[in-house]
Design a protein around this ligand. Structure first.
Ligand code: MTE
Ligand code: MO
Length: 203
């Protein structure tokens, strides 16, 4: 991880933890940013967006988007890997890291798993250990502009170490679980772990 002089934290080298190549096997690089979701951008009002954190936490959060934005934030340069086979390099996302939020709410010792909830009814799950990484972010800005609604604005999750279906667009809540549960695609046969360098596409 490198802290560049422009204040952007470059995490594009995280692939070294998982494989030899920045482009995971079976992926091809694109400079486009395709839009993918199960049923289109939901109608929503960013002005009244609420974001909650609940479950196995000491201090549940039921707060406005503004309050989340008030937590310490940063900008990271990240890659994005879609399970359908495309990868987009060098996206600059601004937001709050998952560890920062987890510290704020005081995740309890029995928490082992995480479920993300979104405004379109989408859910996705990950082990807590896969979320407690600085590159997992709640983000509202892409390349210096407000995150476009079709890419999940006003708030989405990004998971550059996992396939992008782990990153809930229009995220409204994060639930800390003692027992593992399955999200939308995970119930339909997609991998829970979703490691692109292992080609963990299906369970
Ligand atoms: N809320 C929500 N988030 C979602 C989805 C969805 O259907 N609803 N689809 C996921 C999938 S399968 C992918 S590949 C990425 C795509 O993100 P993009 O549209 O910004 O490329 O969003 C993920 N997050
Ligand atoms: Mo996807």
């Amino acid at each position: 991880m490198a802290e560049a002089t422009d204040g952007v934290r470059d995490v594009t080298d995280l692939y070294r933890e998982f494989g030899d190549d920045r482009l995971p096997p079976g992926q091809r690089e694109t400079t486009a940013f395709p839009v993918l979701d199960k049923g289109g951008t939901p109608s929503m009002n960013p002005e009244t967006w609420s974001f909650e954190a609940w479950g196995a936490v000491e201090d549940p959060l039921d707060r406005s988007l503004e309050s989340l934005r008030d937590l310490p934030s940063e900008t990271q340069r990240q890659d994005f890997h879609c399970v359908t086979g495309w990868s987009r390099f060098d996206n600059e996302f601004t937001g709050v890291t998952f560890p920062t939020l987890a510290e704020r709410v005081g995740v309890t010792d029995d928490a082992a798993h995480v479920m993300f909830h979104a405004a379109d009814g989408y859910t996705t799950d990950l082990p807590l250990s896969a979320c407690l990484r600085e590159e997992v972010m709640f983000t509202w800005e892409l390349d210096g502009e407000p995150l476009p609604a079709d890419h999940g604005g006003p708030l989405r999750v990004v998971t550059p170490h996992r396939y992008a279906y782990k990153g809930a667009k229009w995220v409204t809540g994060v639930e800390f679980l003692a027992e593992s549960e399955r999200g939308y695609w995970e119930r339909r046969g997609y991998s829970v772990t979703a490691n692109p360098w292992e080609e963990d596409r299906y369970a």
